[in-house]
Ligand binder design. Structure first.
Ligand SMILES: Nc1nc2c(c(=O)[nH]1)N[C@H]1C(S)=C(S)[C@@H](COP(=O)(O)OP(=O)(O)OC[C@H]3O[C@@H](n4cnc5c(=O)[nH]c(N)nc54)[C@H](O)[C@@H]3O)O[C@H]1N2
Ligand SMILES: Nc1nc2c(c(=O)[nH]1)N[C@H]1C(S)=C(S)[C@@H](COP(=O)(O)OP(=O)(O)OC[C@H]3O[C@@H](n4cnc5c(=O)[nH]c(N)nc54)[C@H](O)[C@@H]3O)O[C@H]1N2
Ligand code: SF4
Ligand SMILES: [Mo]
Length: 764
């Protein structure tokens, strides 16, 4: 009997050979080099390794498909401008195995869904378009032309364009993303959910409201020059490894670092740059001056405690706040101060879980430094009060005048390599009217002004049969989204699900009645078109747009680019209805950039500027103290303390990344920096919490979450005692996404609250 969609969506329970070791206190160094090179040699064709390592992140080469950390503007290291995880990303993308039609003939969908995500990912690169007919157990080959016609037939049969959803993951280049949203808007909907909805959406909401731009304000050079960098809710050693080289420079220039995190992540403590042979011999650089082990979701409480003390000092000394800045540039100061005064310092400190001693050390640094940068990632954005987290840290920067000057400002560290660029060029279910007006002026059709579905809304609409076609430009929707069981049923309710992908993943197994897999070129591969090998472009976390051009031969002749996929579908679907010559773009990507230059602010002379080997900076108001908010000033905000409370034996759980994964792609089964090997179904627990429950390392437990009366379960996880605050625990995503309630999300931004899932543990 065929498996239910829910069973296909779940990661199978495998408990093999867990090994727990003492976590290291230093990151990178020789261990990083060994791990990266052995990984590369295991999966990449040897003759490709040299080409990859000499072109990755080099000027004129291709952009790392890993995270969105920027490359230096000036000289790039000849020893390699990449990190262990960049090389692992390449090993994954350029692995030397292909998934051909024989693979799909041999393995049914039901069989494949028994495989772990690790096994699925390691089966190779997708090599040709595949189609799953209704009721069929196996995917079969299909030509590109027929595949486009199939999508067009489904889209054109809908009662309304809003019955289709077009998801984007953040690897899609500016050129492909711009065309994709243009097609979707001309087709007639704004249903453009993207991975940003689950990621930094809360940062975008908070920063737009307070500072007038949904992006960070700092550049790499600012980081080098800061007096104080606060790294909050972020694990850079794993997720943005080259950020550690930048932090090392901060330290070298005399700057201080505070890390705020429930976990003493290895990279936040000490770092040995693998690109620095001398440091390799002499040991690493101590990074954090103060480590603040905040309780999960204790950040607003911690920041409020800091704000209260700063205010007390200001009242005492009169020289703590930057009053000239506040007077000239901000709005809402008096209301903000009156509100802060209603809070009690002791209560805030208690709620933050931080000791007075550690608090005092962090406070001293904040008090005595004026050029402050705050960096953050998912530890702040994936809570119901995520927007408050970020607004509160902006309040702190505003009081200190730490924005729009050298060595100071906001630094939301973005995830996917082009997630920021995708949003800039129009992947947005709630795009601003000014952008839509420009589309109308340029192309002569009127894009819908109605906001489309974000990720959570899209899942609900699919579940409720309001959506019949799901189209995914990259990503692994089913494994990335919350509430796996509900989302699986949502996918199964669709008539057609389509995924443009480089690799096989679980979203190809949890399908609508019919399904298509469109295999596409990866970043490192040459994109041959009529006018030659095409250059594309991406925007990094600091708003620098630069070119990326593949250097390797495509791993299969049947792969096409994401641009070609969009042009093919647009051409097949819109036919005579379209005002746009879609196929022309595919021949020459300069034409796409010419259009972007006309429609998107900051891209004037795009084709010219993209030839600059270091790329070019997009305009950024906050960087220049030009705050484009509703009030025309930087806004203080009033934020409440979050109200969550644990009852009985409940724990608060964060779902985090191991060192051996890129989101839902599992590179390996180790988490070296946390001392965990050969297993992913584990739960990190405080040892006192374990004792209370009669648990010891390696015990197997079931996890249960209850939210608004709905019970969700994830079975069989091994316990690992860890240095994590009491009442807190951590598991890996995506194995525990089944526990994340769909209705628990950030106010305003709708980011799923996947870092504050309330669970109980069942001993078995
Ligand atoms: N190698 C690799 N690189 C990646 C990725 C990957 O999976 N692998 N993913 C990419 C993507 S899309 C993204 S968005 C980024 C993610 O980058 P990160 O945000 O660094 O990733 P997470 O593992 O989610 O880690 C969140 C960190 O926040 C801490 N944390 C959790 N809850 C709280 C809290 O309430 N308060 C505070 N202060 N800290 C908290 C956790 O202990 C952890 O250190 O990385 C990008 N880069
Ligand atoms: N519980 C929990 N859930 C989370 C998170 C969390 O911290 N906890 N983090 C959230 C975050 S921050 C994010 S960004 C999302 C990530 O959500 P997604 O972006 O949807 O997921 P990824 O795992 O990055 O997608 C991987 C797939 O992308 C495809 N791919 C890779 N490269 C390319 C390419 O160049 N082109 C195309 N077309 N396809 C490609 C491959 O087929 C691969 O299987 O997950 C979110 N989900
Ligand atoms: S820091 Fe990020 S972008 Fe840079 S090489 Fe590593 S994974 Fe790639
Ligand atoms: Mo992300």
């Amino acid at each position: 009997m065929s498996k239910s969609p829910i069973d296909k969506g779940l990661t199978p329970e495998t408990l093999d050979n867990l090994k727990i070791k003492t976590p290291p206190t230093n990151s990178a160094g020789l261990g990083g080099i060994v791990a990266a090179t052995s990984h590369a040699f295991k999966y990449i064709k040897p003759n490709n390794i040299f080409k990859i390592s000499t072109n990755l992140n080099q000027k004129g080469g291709f952009d790392c498909p890993g995270c969105a950390w920027p490359d230096p503007d000036d000289e790039r290291s000849v020893l390699g401008e990449y990190c262990e995880n960049g090389l692992k990303a390449m090993a994954e993308e350029m692995q030397n195995k292909l998934i051909t039609r024989d693979f799909f003939a041999k393995h049914t969908i039901d069989d494949l869904s028994e495989w772990s995500d690790f096994e699925i990912g390691k089966s190779g690169r997708l090599a040709e378009p595949m189609f799953l007919a209704e009721g069929s157990a196996n995917y079969e080959p299909i030509s590109w032309e027929k595949a486009f016609e199939k999508v067009a037939a489904h889209l054109n049969a809908l009662d309304h364009p809003d019955e289709a959803v077009f998801y984007t993951s953040g690897r899609t280049t500016n050129e492909a993303a711009f065309l994709y949203q243009l097609f979707v808007r001309e087709f007639g909907t704004a249903n453009l959910p993207d991975c940003s909805n689950m990621c930094h959406e809360a940062s975008g909401s908070a920063l737009s409201e307070t500072l007038g731009i949904g992006k960070g304000s700092v550049t790499l050079k600012d980081l080098y020059k800061a007096d104080l960098v606060m790294v909050v809710g972020q694990n850079p050693a794993t997720n943005h490894p080259r950020m550690l080289s930048a932090l090392e420079k901060t330290k070298k220039n005399g700057g201080k670092i505070i890390a705020i995190n429930p976990l003493p992540e290895a990279g936040l403590m000490k770092f040995t740059d693998p690109q620095n042979p001398i440091k390799m011999l002499t040991g690493g650089t101590k990074l954090s001056d103060v480590f603040v082990p905040v309780t999960i979701n204790g950040d607003v409480a911690f920041f409020k405690a800091i704000l209260l003390k700063l205010l007390a000092k200001e009242e005492e000394q009169g020289n703590v706040f930057d009053k000239a800045f506040i007077e000239t540039y901000t709005n809402g100061y008096d209301d903000f101060i009156s509100d802060i005064k209603t809070y009690n310092f002791e209560a805030c400190l208690k709620a933050s879980g931080v000791s007075k001693d550690v608090f005092d050390k962090a406070f001293e640094l904040i008090l005595n430094n004026d050029n402050i940068i705050i960096c953050w990632a998912m530890g702040l954005t994936q809570h119901e009060n995520a927007v408050d987290n970020i607004r509160e840290l902006v309040n702190l920067l505003l009081l200190k005048g730490s924005i729009g000057k050298e060595g100071a400002g906001t630094c939301p560290v973005r995830g996917h390599s082009n997630v920021q660029g995708d949003r800039t060029v129009g992947i947005w279910e709630a795009a601003p009217q000014a952008f839509l007006d420009k589309i109308e002026a340029k192309y002569g059709f009127k894009p819908t002004v109605k906001h489309g579905y974000s990720v959570i809304e899209a899942i609900k609409a699919m579940y409720e049969n309001k959506v019949k076609v799901f189209f995914g430009m990259g990503g692994n929707f089913i494994s990335a989204v919350p509430d796996t069981a509900y989302a699986s049923q949502a996918m199964a309710n669709c008539n057609l699900t389509v995924h443009v992908s480089t690799k096989l993943n679980r979203s190809h197994l949890v399908t609508g009645k019919e399904a298509l897999i469109f295999p596409c070129l990866g970043r490192a591969e040459k994109d041959y078109q009529k006018t030659g090998v095409q250059t594309q472009s991406v925007e990094n976390s600091m708003g620098v747009v630069s070119s990326t051009k593949g250097v390797l031969e495509p791993c299969s002749n049947d792969l096409i680019s994401e641009v070609a996929v969009v042009c093919g579908i647009a051409n097949a679907t819109l036919r005579g209805r379209s005002k746009i010559n879609w196929l022309a773009y595919q021949d020459d990507y300069d034409l796409v950039r010419n259009d972007i230059a006309e429609v998107v602010d900051g891209f004037k002379d795009y084709n010219k500027k993209i030839k600059n080997p270091s790329g070019f900076y997009l305009p950024n108001g906050a960087r220049n103290r030009a705050f484009k908010t509703k009030t025309g000033r930087a806004n203080f905000s009033i934020n409440k303390l979050p109200e969550w409370q644990l009852k009985g034996d409940e724990l608060i759980m964060m779902t985090i990344r191991s060192h051996d994964q890129f989101n839902t792609t599992i590179y390996g089964l180790d988490d070296r920096y946390r001392g965990v090997f050969n297993e992913r179904r584990i739960i990190f627990m405080n040892r006192e919490d374990m004792k209370l429950r009669n648990l010891k390392d390696y015990d197997v437990v079931n996890l249960k979450s209850e939210f608004k009366g709905v019970i969700r379960r994830a079975n069989k996880f091994k316990v690992v005692g860890f240095d994590i605050p009491k009442n807190c625990c951590a598991t890996y995503f995506p194995e525990t996404n089944v526990l994340v309630p769909l209705d628990s999300f950030a106010h305003t931004a709708k980011t799923p609250a996947s870092k504050s899932v309330i669970i109980t543990i069942e001993n078995i």
